[in-house]
Design a protein around this ligand. Structure first.
Ligand SMILES: NC(=O)c1ccc[n+]([C@@H]2O[C@H](COP(=O)([O-])OP(=O)(O)OC[C@H]3O[C@@H](n4cnc5c(N)ncnc54)[C@H](O)[C@@H]3O)[C@@H](O)[C@H]2O)c1
Length: 358
């Protein structure tokens, strides 16, 4: 692990599953970050993480952590319902923010957060880490550079029935505590909502990252044998139509990918379960040389690459490819429009979504 001289001091809020499987290790591995502090209300869990990852500081109180002048940025790895209030506090304390996806749970709270962030020059990025997948990035570079106009896009995200045997083998054994903080009730009870926020947020971000702004949606949802299947026709601002498929749990291996057709070529991508840390297999056909092109994508650690990109954007003032606040809000509005379309059977314009809770 080669570390650069100039590094961002990161503090991680939340010692739960995502921090244990991705953020702590990524802060330590990334070439331009330090795992400076970690925070959790659960004293036992905090101490266990302190022993394993050895940050310079631990905090059981978020406000006290935010008062630490050595912290440059906070990674918010807590339940969706707490994202916006924690992000707002960090911004008001003068810290940059990387907040897990989805940005929040209501449109209103996200718009309110935008007003607060816009008064500062601080960076707020959403943890839509698939943008850093070298295969997806290669596709995006072709779209931006040589592909010309797009005429069609299909994207699918189908979590697998067999997901847990796979992820349990590759993730660290997750440690928990008796006093962890969780939102009231059981957020996993309402599957329509839980799957859309947890998985739909990734699909919508990939669809927007590759295809551009989505302006309307028409969605269907079918529920059978405990599985949920959304098919969504999306209209893109640049004048073409896409098809999104969110199916959970699909009765086969993890199934995620995209096909994009353009003026000067086509792209076919297969994305893997992120916990395998394997870049998407992406094949780009270019009419300029009548050849197929496939990048190797040797480093598929998307969570680490996300942190390196986030830190570069702050330390080097680079624009970066991360999902920004507007992306986070547009993803929320698109998910809201999908839910409304399922409910009403109507085509829903994204611009008409001004409020509501997911
Ligand atoms: N990007 C991805 O691939 C990915 C994957 C999994 C989860 N996530 C996201 O990560 C987020 C967290 O998920 P998780 O499963 O790790 O959650 P979790 O509930 O397992 O862990 C959250 C931890 O944060 C602590 N906490 C909550 N509020 C706190 C506060 N104010 N101060 C101090 N500690 C606090 C809790 O005690 C708990 O230990 C969710 O938004 C989820 O959508 C993203």
């Amino acid at each position: 692990m080669q570390k650069e001289e100039k590094r961002l001091n990161l503090a991680v809020l939340g010692c739960g599953q995502i921090s244990q499987s991705a953020h702590f290790e990524s802060c330590r591995r990334a070439r331009n970050t330090n795992l400076y502090a970690v925070c959790d209300v659960d004293a036992y869990l905090l101490e266990r993480m302190n022993q394993i990852h050895q940050p310079e500081r631990t905090y059981s109180d978020y406000d006290q952590m935010l008062a630490d002048p050595n912290i440059d940025a906070v990674i918010i790895g807590i339940a969706d319902q707490f994202h916006v209030s924690a992000a707002k506090k960090a911004i008001l304390a003068g810290k940059h923010v990387l907040v897990e996806k989805p940005l929040g749970v209501t449109i209103e709270e996200c718009v309110d957060l935008q007003a607060v962030v816009n008064k500062t020059s601080l960076k707020l990025q959403i943890g839509s880490m698939k943008r850093y997948d070298p295969g997806i990035k290669y596709a995006k570079d072709f779209i931006n550079g040589e592909m010309g106009e797009l005429i069609g896009l299909k994207a699918w995200y189908c979590d697998s029935t067999y997901r847990y045997p796979v992820t349990d083998n590759v993730q660290p054994i997750i440690i928990s505590g008796k006093n962890i903080r969780r939102p009231r009730g059981n957020p996993k009870e309402d599957k329509l909502r839980y799957y859309m926020l947890g998985h739909g947020s990734h699909l919508v971000d990939t669809a927007r990252f590759l295809g551009g702004e989505i302006i309307s949606v028409k969605a269907w949802n079918t529920q059978k044998f405990g599985a949920y299947c959304w098919f969504v026709t999306v209209e893109y601002a640049s004048g073409f139509v896409g098809q999104l498929d969110l199916t959970i749990a699909v009765r086969m291996d993890w199934h995620e990918g995209f096909q994009i057709y353009g003026e000067h070529g086509s792209i076919i991508g297969k994305t893997y379960n992120p916990w395998l840390f394997k870049a998407s297999d992406v094949e780009v056909f270019k009419t300029s040389d009548n050849c197929y092109h496939r990048p190797i994508g040797e480093d598929g650690h998307v969570y680490k690459l996300q942190l390196e990109g986030f830190a570069d954007s702050i330390l080097k003032n680079e624009k970066g490819i991360g999902a920004d606040l507007n992306d986070g809000i547009m993803a929320m509005k698109t998910m809201m429009a999908i839910a409304k379309s399922v409910e009403t059977g109507e085509i829903i314009k994204i611009a008409a979504i001004k409020e509501g809770a997911l």
